[in-house]
Design a protein around this ligand. Structure first.
Ligand SMILES: Cc1cc2nc3c(=O)[nH]c(=O)nc-3n(C[C@H](O)[C@H](O)[C@H](O)COP(=O)(O)OP(=O)(O)OC[C@H]3O[C@@H](n4cnc5c(N)ncnc54)[C@H](O)[C@@H]3O)c2cc1C
Length: 316
C-alpha cells in the first residue's frame, strides 16, 4: 500500500494532499493509494479524501485535535507497519518535515526529503530534488521494504477525482502521551486565498517600486480577481512584504493555473518556485528580463501604466 498522510485545515482537504496523490500515481509503486486522515471531527475531510484515493483510513480522536510531532509519527508509523506500506508520502510542510524523519526512524526506513518528482527504478524509488540554490536537480534513490518521502508542495498538479470513491475505514491507534505541546497559536486573519491553495497568484517584484505601489498594484489586482499575493525575495528582504508571501527556492513553491508577475526579473531562485505554473503572465519594462523566457504571455512595459489599466478592466 502507498500511504499518504492527508493535510487538511478548517475541515477541508489541502491542495498538498491532492498533489501527493498525483505523486503517488506517477511514482507507480504497487498497492492501493491510501489516504490517512488524522484529526478530530474529520468526517467531511475523509469524504473529500475518498474521492481521490482507493481507500481512506480515518483516525478521528480528541488526542489528534492538534498536531504534535510525537503523536503524528507514532500514528503514521503504526498504520504503515500494520498496512505493510511500501511507501509513505508526507507533505513537505514545516510540520511534515518535522515528523517524517521520526516516522522513518520508527520504521527503520530510508528517508527522501523534498521530492519534486518520483519514479520507480526496479525495486528502488527515485526522487528528484533541488540543491545548490536550485541550480542543480539531483536524483536520489532508495530501496527497502518501506521508504518515507516528503513531497515539496507545489511540485505536482493536484489530482483529479478517481472514477469511483474509495472505501473509508475507522482505525484504532495506540498513541503516546506527548512530551511537548503547543501552548499557544495566533493565526493571522486574512480574507485572501492562501498562496499554496490559490488558482491565481499575483506576485510583485522590486519593479513595482515601493510598498505603497505593492499595495495598490499587486494587492489591488489580486483582490479584484480573487487571487493570492506573492512576493520576490528582494521585496521581502527590503521589508515591503512578509516572508510568508515569498515565492521561490527559499520561499514557497507554487503551481497555480495563472501566475501574474509584476516587475519580477525572473531570477533562477524565483523560477524554481513558480516555473511550473500553468500560465505565466509577465509585465516587465526590460524585454531581456529572464522572466520572459518562461512566460506564456508577456507585456514589455511599465507597471505604473499597465497595472492601473488592468485593475480598471478587472473591476468591470
Ligand atoms: C540563496 C538564495 C536564495 C534565494 N531565494 C529566492 C527566493 O526564494 N525567491 C526569490 O524571489 N528570490 C530569491 N533569491 C533572490 C534572487 O536571486 C533575486 O535577487 C530576486 O528574485 C530578485 O527579485 P526581483 O525580481 O523582485 O528584483 P530585481 O532583480 O531587482 O528585478 C526587478 C525587475 O523589475 C523590472 N522593473 C523595474 N521597474 C519596472 C517598472 N516600472 N515596470 C516594469 N518592470 C520594472 C526590472 O526590469 C527587473 O527585471 C535568492 C537568492 C539567493 C542567493
Amino acid at each position: 500500500m502507498i500511504l499518504i498522510v492527508a493535510e487538511h485545515a478548517g475541515g477541508k482537504l489541502g491542495k498538498a494532499t491532492l498533489e501527493m496523490v498525483t505523486a503517488a500515481r506517477e511514482a507507480g509503486r504497487e498497492g492501493p493509494i491510501t489516504l490517512l486522515v488524522l484529526g478530530q471531527d474529520v468526517a467531511a475531510v475523509a469524504t473529500e479524501a475518498a474521492a481521490v484515493a482507493d481507500q481512506v483510513l480515518v483516525g478521528d480522536l480528541p488526542a489528534l485535535a492538534q498536531y504534535n510531532p510525537e503523536v503524528w509519527a507514532a500514528a503514521v508509523a503504526q498504520i504503515a507497519r500494520e498496512g505493510e506500506a511500501n511507501t509513505v508520502l508526507i507533505g513537505g510542510s514545516r510540520s511534515g518535515r518535522e515528523y517524517a524523519p521520526r516516522v522513518a526512524v520508527k520504521l527503520d526506513a530510508p528517508y527522501l526529503e523534498d521530492a519534486t518528482k518520483l519514479s520507480v527504478n526496479g525495486n528502488a524509488l527515485q526522487a528528484q530534488r533541488y540543491t545548490y540554490l536550485a541550480r542543480v536537480t539531483e536524483t536520489v534513490e532508495a530501496e527497502g521494504p518501506v521508504i518515507v518521502v516528503t513531497v515539496k508542495p507545489g511540485s505536482f498538479a493536484p489530482a483529479a477525482p478517481a472514477s469511483a470513491a474509495g472505501e473509508q475505514y475507522d482505525i484504532e491507534l495506540d498513541l503516546p502521551t506527548p512530551r511537548t505541546e503547543i501552548t499557544g497559536k495566533s493565526v493571522e486573519k486574512t480574507s485572501r486565498v492562501a498562496l499554496t491553495e490559490a488558482d491565481v497568484i499575483v506576485t510583485g517584484g522590486r519593479g513595482v517600486g515601493s510598498p505603497e505601489n505593492f499595495a495598490q498594484y499587486v494587492e489591488g489586482l489580486a483582490d479584484n480577481i480573487g487571487a493570492g499575493v506573492g512576493a520576490t525575495r528582494a521585496v521581502v528582504d527590503a521589508g515591503w512584504r512578509p516572508y510568508a508571501e515569498q515565492v521561490g527556492q527559499t520561499g514557497k513553491t507554487v503551481q497555480p493555473k495563472a501566475y501574474i508577475a509584476l516587475g519580477v526579473s525572473g531570477a533562477v531562485q524565483h523560477l524554481s518556485g513558480m516555473g511550473k505554473s500553468k500560465n505565466i503572465i509577465a509585465i516587465n519594462k526590460d524585454a531581456e528580463a529572464p522572466i520572459f523566457k518562461v512566460a506564456d504571455y508577456g507585456i514589455v512595459g511599465d507597471v505604473n501604466q499597465i497595472v492601473p489599466a488592468l485593475i480598471a478592466a478587472s473591476k468591470k
